[in-house]
Design a protein around this ligand. Structure first.
Ligand SMILES: Cc1ncc(C[n+]2csc(CCOP(=O)(O)OP(=O)(O)O)c2C)c(N)n1
Length: 404
């Protein structure tokens, strides 16, 4: 019998099937809910500066989410997605990276962008689609992007970022390959992290992207946020087997599962994953387990598909857990924390009011940026659109008066 590539022939003379659930991958947990280090666990080496920045980012995002959820309810913005319950997973993983590593996010990772330096006004300008928005108002709210911060613009179709991340990471690696030997000649400067939910992992793009990274050894960290739901579909109606992590092993890549409500566990795992990726070029899969405490989006009502009891059973606050640890370290003072929250709330409200009165982008922006000079067919469509708006000004109150 021949030995196909990469198969270990461990001959057996008994008829036996391997159980689909034979692999049970452990979950790394370092912090207790009281902010203590679990017996037998070791806290990662994290500086006070990083730990405080991580905490401040989570605190800011929680307050921003609360306010923008409210703004959508007031009809001031059309759509919002909060990351309630997943703040530590996203922020601590971003904190473990280099500022120049590429981030390919799904849409619930606003905390990673803020950790990088995306400002409150930048968030607001995007959500209000005004002329200061980096994307010129062409995307729906929360589809952020920032070239300066190495944050690829979000796209709505699920999973598309996964093969893109593999390709991008492979590009980051090939500069370091010796042309003669084909071997890695030096450590890689920067890598890619790719965030997605367990629902996106049900897309074909997940399998294409992860397999391609495994075979070509692309330095990408696949960060699967398993929050239990793809909108209303619970994880157990999406897949069998041991979560997303077992698939990493199936594709032959190093894999770890972490408690996504534990900032220290996520930080430790991502830091180590990055070290491996820069030195070897290998991809890594991290599965973070953190229940989605809020609704999928402002267009969703979870009471239609999950019980109050179920939600009550998952009430772990990742921010509280980390705050308790910081207070025990003597790195954070409770009274200052309360005061800071109040002033951040005020700043958020002021920024919201600033952004909502900024003018919308000019209509011409619709056809700029793709070509140096818009091609004739685009120009034609633009003229037709202008004529249409002039004919029906009442239907386009924001734009009609501004067309020349
Ligand atoms: C290709 C594609 N199919 C379906 C959708 C509709 N859709 C948007 S979000 C979502 C659920 C995604 O769940 P998950 O990846 O687990 O992320 P989560 O929202 O839970 O963070 C679905 C089905 C889409 N955007 N793209």
């Amino acid at each position: 019998m021949s030995n196909p590539n990469n198969v270990s022939l461990n001959i057996n003379h008994k008829l036996e099937f391997i159980d689909g659930n034979a692999l049970t991958i452990p979950t790394l947990s370092i912090l207790t809910e009281d902010g203590e280090i679990h017996t037998g666990a070791t806290a990662p080496d994290i500086s006070k500066h990083t730990a405080i920045k991580l905490y401040e980012t989570m605190r800011f995002i929680r307050l921003l989410d609360e306010r923008m959820q409210g703004a959508q309810r007031q009809g001031r913005i059309s759509f919002y997605m909060q990351c309630l319950g997943e703040e530590a997973a996203v922020t601590a993983s971003a904190a473990a990276l280099d500022q120049n590593d590429m981030i390919m996010a799904q849409y619930r990772e606003q905390a990673a962008l803020h950790y990088r330096g995306f400002t409150l006004d930048q968030f607001m300008n995007q959500m209000f689609s005004n002329e200061l928005d980096l994307g010129k108002g062409r995307q729906m709210p929360i589809h952020y992007g920032s070239k300066a911060l190495n944050y690829m613009t979000i796209s709505s179709p699920l999973g598309t970022q996964i093969p893109q991340a593999t390709g991008y990471a492979y590009g980051q690696k090939i500069k370091h390959i010796d042309a003669k030997t084909g071997e890695l000649a030096s450590t890689i400067d920067n890598i890619t992290i790719c965030y997605f939910g367990e629902g996106a992992a049900s897309e074909g793009d997940f399998h294409a992207g992860v397999n391609m990274a495994a075979v070509h050894q692309a330095p990408v960290i696949f960060f699967a946020r398993n929050n239990g739901y793809a909108i209303s579909t619970p994880a157990d109606e999406q897949f069998k087997g041991d979560g997303i992590a077992s698939r990493g092993v199936g594709y032959g890549i190093k894999t770890i599962r972490v408690d996504g409500t534990d900032a220290l566990a996520v930080y430790a795992a991502t830091k180590k994953a990055r070290e491996i990726a820069v030195s070897t070029g290998e991809p890594i899969l991290i599965e973070s387990i953190a229940y989605r405490l809020g609704a999928h989006s402002t267009s969703d009502d979870p009471s239609g598909y999950r019980s109050k009891d179920e939600e009550a059973n998952h009430q772990v606050c990742p921010i509280d857990k980390f705050r308790k640890w910081l207070i025990k370290q003597d790195w954070l003072n409770e009274a200052d924390d309360v005061k800071a929250k109040e002033s951040i709330r005020e700043e958020i409200l002021a920024a919201l009011k600033r952004a909502e009165v900024v003018a919308k982008p000019a209509l011409e922006e619709l056809i700029s940026d793709v070509y140096d000079t818009p091609i004739p067919s685009l120009q034609r469509q633009y003229e037709q659109l202008k004529a249409h708006i002039k004919l029906h000004p009442d239907a386009y109150p924001v734009t009609a008066g501004r067309i020349k």
